[in-house]
Design a protein around this ligand. Structure first.
Ligand code: NAD
Length: 253
């Protein structure tokens, strides 16, 4: 589907903030949300956030943010309300994998940054977004965890710990707001063909690079975006506190 293919208005009238929106899963989700009628704040640290929003047209604005910085996250949420008048959806999606190897070889500052970007960011996003959602009757928070938050991940202990923290924080915050109209869910992507995985090789996945997922293929960012659309919209009105694997069967093995 092209970025201009019309959708069916599943998010008509809603305002969303998406972090990590300039690439991969976040960009695919911003594209889908706009197509489905949402207005979207595209937040990223890369410097590509304004161009990403410009590519999506008048329904999107770009915001430069480090999701580990409380003041920046606060400003990001305020931008949604200032630009579009409300906030309905927060997709806490920015993250990165960091170096691979046993933690005995890690510098402590790598631990701190991995936890800040992958876990503290989710805390900060919810802390500042939920009051804005409550102000207009509720909303939907979607946190990007990982299959690494559900099962062990060789060589990525700190990333896995942070993503496991995202899963447990999701469930706990869902309980805190279950009666107040704010739903909180996580998506646990399996290996998905984005910059995080291919590290700069923009083409389709090479035929000889098959990840250990039962479907024997990579996930594509649009397949994760489709799950985010379900969790963002009213079709998931009775769904909260879930951690949904979108992983070609990886955690079912
Ligand atoms: P990606 O690298 O294509 O996109 C990540 C985006 O996040 C980038 O645009 C980057 O600039 C942004 N970002 C990174 N640190 C940031 C920060 N501190 N503040 C603001 N923005 C920041 O990767 P992706 O695969 O689309 O990753 C999206 C999420 O999915 C991440 O949380 C990642 O951990 C998770 N995930 C990815 C996979 C996979 O296989 N690709 C699997 C499981 C989970």
């Amino acid at each position: 589907m092209s970025e201009t293919t019309p959708g069916s208005g599943r998010l008509a009238g809603k305002v969303a903030v998406i972090t990590g929106a300039a690439s991969g899963i976040g960009r695919a989700t911003a594209t889908l949300f706009v197509r489905e009628g949402a207005r979207v704040v595209c937040a990223d640290i890369s410097g590509r956030e304004k161009q990403t929003a410009a590519d999506l047209g008048e329904s999107a604005v770009g915001v430069h943010v480090d999701v580990a910085d409380p003041d920046a996250v606060k400003r990001m949420i305020a931008t949604a309300v200032e630009e579009f008048g409300r906030l309905d959806v927060l997709f806490n999606n920015a993250g990165y994998g960091g170096p691979r190897g046993p933690l005995t070889e890690f510098d402590d500052d790598i631990f701190d940054r991995l936890v800040a970007v992958n876990l503290k960011s989710v805390y900060l996003g919810m802390k500042y977004a939920i009051p804005a959602m409550l102000a207009n009757g509720g909303g939907s928070v979607i946190n990007t965890a990982s299959t690494a938050g559900l099962v062990g991940q060789k060589g990525q202990a700190v990333y896995a710990a942070a993503k496991g923290g995202v899963v447990q924080m999701t469930k706990s915050v869902a309980l805190d707001f279950a009666t107040r109209g704010v739903r909180v869910n996580a998506i646990c992507p399996g290996m998905t063909w984005t910059a995080l995985a291919h590290r700069g090789d923009e083409g389709p996945p090479p035929a000889d690079l098959i990840p250990p997922q039962p479907m024997k293929r990579w996930g594509m960012p649009e397949e994760i975006a489709a799950a985010a659309l379900f969790l963002a919209g009213d079709e998931s009105s009775f769904v909260t506190g879930t951690a949904l694997p979108v992983d070609g069967g990886y955690v079912a093995r």
